[in-house]
Ligand binder design. Structure first.
Ligand code: PHE
Length: 342
């Protein structure tokens, strides 16, 4: 048996030599794995020598076992050391190609309709208006009745209004915020109310069942239609430049008297007439007028003492003019290629 042990120890020593020779040759992680499998794997000679331990003479077992354990620990450590050397040599900074274009993080943008809304707000802040808000789920009283729209009025028609259970509906305009503001405060009032509105409209190039308006309301003693015109004209010029002209056409709204529609001269053609203004030279913005005394009575203001003007505007329409967009649906398709342009 003693001779056999000497022979085994010689073989272990030889394995150890060969291991170091191959280790020196290993140039990358894959080579290292091959060396590990060949010398330390389950089928490697070393593992087989472990199997011999119980078979050698009892007094020789200790030496064989100790030698094997030491060699195995030594080779494992050498392998690990070499692995670290190799990965240090291939440090990441040497593998990065700094000439490649980077991965830019995706940066979102404010939606063009909200950008238009911000610009509108900014201009009215500058003229001393406050900003008020009202609910999108509105009650019949604020959306219609207190605005002097009686129950049989055509604008309550199921065709253009989303009704909810009970007396509620999705507000069809921002005008109910006029009522809510007057219920809350006494004059003087000078406010705008930006917000989302809903109508049962079939989508086309200029209609969307969800859209945005900015309402305006000014109430005080001695407020006149001239104040309304002055504010609308100042707004138009701040938004589109000094060349823009405004015009008012007689119209009707139950909550204003007299009522008007107001237009801006077409900034695409300067008023000469083009495709955008359909040859008229004018672009319709929205309605306006002097607050009807009946509305003041609903909110408990004295119509003998106070007068006021109100106006609306479609934010999408303004955004279409600001950004020269010819189809309102583009704002809601959420195509990032479109939205990123603004
Ligand atoms: N609320 C009206 C509409 O949506 C616009 C309007 C606002 C008219 C204020 C007069 C005064 O058409």
């Amino acid at each position: 048996m003693a001779e056999r042990l000497t022979e085994i120890l010689a073989q272990i020593a030889e394995q150890r030599e060969r291991f170091y020779a191959e280790l020196a040759q290993a140039g990358d992680g894959r080579n290292l794995d091959q060396v590990r499998v060949r010398f330390l794997g389950r089928k490697a000679p070393l593992a087989q020598y472990f199997d011999l331990i119980p078979k050698v003479a009892p007094e020789e077992r200790r030496l064989l076992g100790k030698t094997l354990n030491e060699v195995r620990a030594e080779l494992t450590e050498a392998l690990e050391k070499r692995r670290q050397e190799l990965s240090a040599a291939h440090a990441p900074e040497e593998e990065i190609d700094y000439t490649l274009p980077g991965l830019a993080p995706f940066v979102g943008k404010r939606h063009p309709v909200l950008q238009a809304m911000d610009r509108i707000k900014e201009i009215f802040y500058g003229m001393g208006f406050t900003v008020e808000e009202g609910p999108e789920i509105e009650d019949d009283y604020h959306n219609f009745e207190a605005l002097n729209v009686p129950p049989d009025h055509p604008s309550r028609d199921l065709q253009d209004t989303f009704y909810l259970d009970g007396e509620f509906l999705l507000r069809t305009h921002t005008s109910p915020v006029q009522i809510r503001t007057m219920e809350r405060y006494q004059p003087p009032i000078r406010m705008i109310a930006p917000g989302r509105c809903y109508r049962k409209d079939t989508p086309d190039a200029t209609h969307s069942p969800v859209f945005h308006q900015v309402e305006g309301l000014c109430v005080d003693e001695g407020v006149t239609f001239a104040d309304l015109k002055g504010v609308v004209e100042t707004f138009a010029k701040r938004l589109f430049g000094p060349e823009v002209r405004i015009r008012f056409r007689p119209s009707f709204f139950p909550f204003t008297e007299p009522s008007a529609e107001y237009d801006f001269s077409c900034m695409m053609c300067g008023g000469k007439g083009c495709r955008v203004c359909k040859g008229t030279g004018w672009l319709e913005i929205s309605g306006a007028g002097m607050v009807d005394p009946a509305v003041f009575r609903f909110v408990g203001y004295d119509p003998e003492r106070y007068t006021g003007y109100a106006f609306g505007m479609g934010v999408e329409r303004i955004a279409m003019l600001m950004y020269q967009v010819d189809d309102i649906r583009l704002f809601y398709d959420n195509d990032v290629r479109f939205l990123q342009q603004f």
